[in-house]
Write a protein that binds this ligand. Structure first.
Ligand code: AMP
Ligand code: MG
Length: 397
């Protein structure tokens, strides 16, 4: 068996072929730019007034002198004149006319109503209240690197420079095959020894939070059904996730069925709890990445976060979401399993600061194990107990 880090490295060792598509600006939110973006022109594109007031030539200013007002320059309008020893009224966002190099705020002015104004300030500095052409960015300057996640700030820049349809990476097609003779659909009534399928909905939801609309089918524990579903899904998926059937029981048929379908095993078994039986492989000619996750609800959610999500992100050139190190609140003991223990945890903020708190649960089959958790803490394999205040690795959901 390998450690979690080795498993993650193996999952990410072969990068998927990146594909790109152009989308509408708003649809690019939360996606990843596939092109670098440069400024199409200088920003600001012209000498821009940053205040409402009067534009004049700073060198002409003497305290108390009166200026003739030549007119008004409005934002979005071109004003053709040239300023000499006179001035012009100007609004925020308008282009400072030729000859002028400063704006005096309207609050510091007193107009006589007859086209003349004087100013109640003592001095005027060249370029005061003017944003200089190109001071924010030069035409051709790199503004956004490819690989950048698009958020409101990026949308704002894309819009500013006229990128109406940014090129972004295509997200993977992900399919789920849940397995188990005892597992029935959510809307059916279970018999006494049957349980409802919670893995498929949980995984579909976790995928949707990554912007992926996955699909799922359920199959019974027979090699024929399993192999047929795998063959179909391999043709239409970039990532295939199976749940259940990867342990050592007589009905744990997933590993054999995958290999039968031409999926090459990369690893089976990780020294982590939950997640020990995780199976991972690749179908090289179809270019599909395949996970066999354990069947228990907590195992599925934890292994998705720790192993599947990083692969899904790599289709968009994103690195795994970084973990945090936070102090543990309270001591934590565990019976030594020889495996790293990923426990449901929640961030707690109080007078002592921000800490993470381990949450009680009843094992990986507990349907409530993840409730109210904000992520997973890691209890390292080589540590019997962790003490209050000790830094613990934390993976947010
Ligand atoms: P398995 O890995 O197939 O041995 O399943 C481990 C445990 O997870 C068993 O108790 C299963 O009944 C349960 N399980 C398997 N698949 C699902 C599922 N889709 N939803 C909920 N529980 C499941
Ligand atoms: Mg099973």
């Amino acid at each position: 068996m390998i450690e979690y880090e080795e498993a993650l490295e193996a999952v990410l060792s072969k990068s998927p072929a990146l594909q790109t598509e152009a989308v509408e600006l708003l649809a690019a939110g939360n996606r990843v730019l596939a092109n670098s973006i440069v400024a199409d022109r200088d920003y600001p594109p012209f000498e821009r007034a940053t205040m409402d007031g009067f534009a004049l030539r700073a060198e002409t200013f003497r305290p108390g002198i009166e200026y003739r007002v030549r007119g008004t320059v409005l934002a979005g309008r071109v004003w053709k004149g040239k300023i000499d020893s006179d001035c012009v009224e100007i609004t925020t966002g308008a282009a400072v006319p030729e000859g002028a190099n400063a704006v005096i705020r309207v609050e510091d002015s007193r107009s006589d109503g007859n086209g003349r104004v004087h100013f109640e300030c003592h001095d005027v500095k060249a370029w005061q209240n003017v944003a200089r052409r190109g001071e924010d960015a030069r035409g051709g300057e790199l503004l956004l690197e490819k690989g950048q996640l698009v958020d409101h700030a990026v949308i704002s820049v894309l819009a500013s420079v006229g990128v109406a349809q940014p090129e972004v990476y295509v997200r993977p097609r992900v399919s789920i095959i849940s397995t188990g003779d005892e597992v029935i659909p959510v809307d059916e009534t279970p018999g006494p020894v049957e349980i409802r399928n919670s893995n498929a909905p949980a995984l579909l939801y976790m995928l949707s939070a990554l912007g992926i609309q996955g699909s799922s089918v359920h199959v019974r524990d027979t090699p024929e059904q399993l192999e047929a579903a795998i063959a179909t899904m391999l043709r239409t998926s970039d990532v295939l996730i199976l749940t259940g059937g990867v342990s050592k029981g007589s009905r744990d048929l997933v590993g054999a069925a995958l290999e039968q379908a031409g999926v090459r095993k990369v690893f089976h078994g990780v020294r982590m709890k939950p997640g020990k039986p995780v199976w991972f492989g690749r179908h090289d000619s179809e270019g599909v990445f395949v996970f066999g996750l354990p069947g228990n609800p907590y195992s599925v959610q934890a292994t998705f976060r720790l192993l599947v999500e990083p692969l899904v992100r790599s289709f968009e050139s994103l690195k795994p979401r970084p973990s945090l190190f936070l102090p543990l609140r309270g001591d934590r003991n565990r019976s030594s399993s020889g495996r790293a223990d990923f426990f449901p945890a929640r961030v707690w903020t109080g007078p002592e600061g921000t800490m993470i708190e381990g949450m009680q649960h009843n094992g990986s089959g507990d349907i409530r194990a993840c409730l109210a958790s904000t992520g997973l803490g890691r209890h390292p394999a080589n540590r019997e107990s962790l003490s209050d205040g000790e830094l613990v690795e934390y993976f947010a959901w």
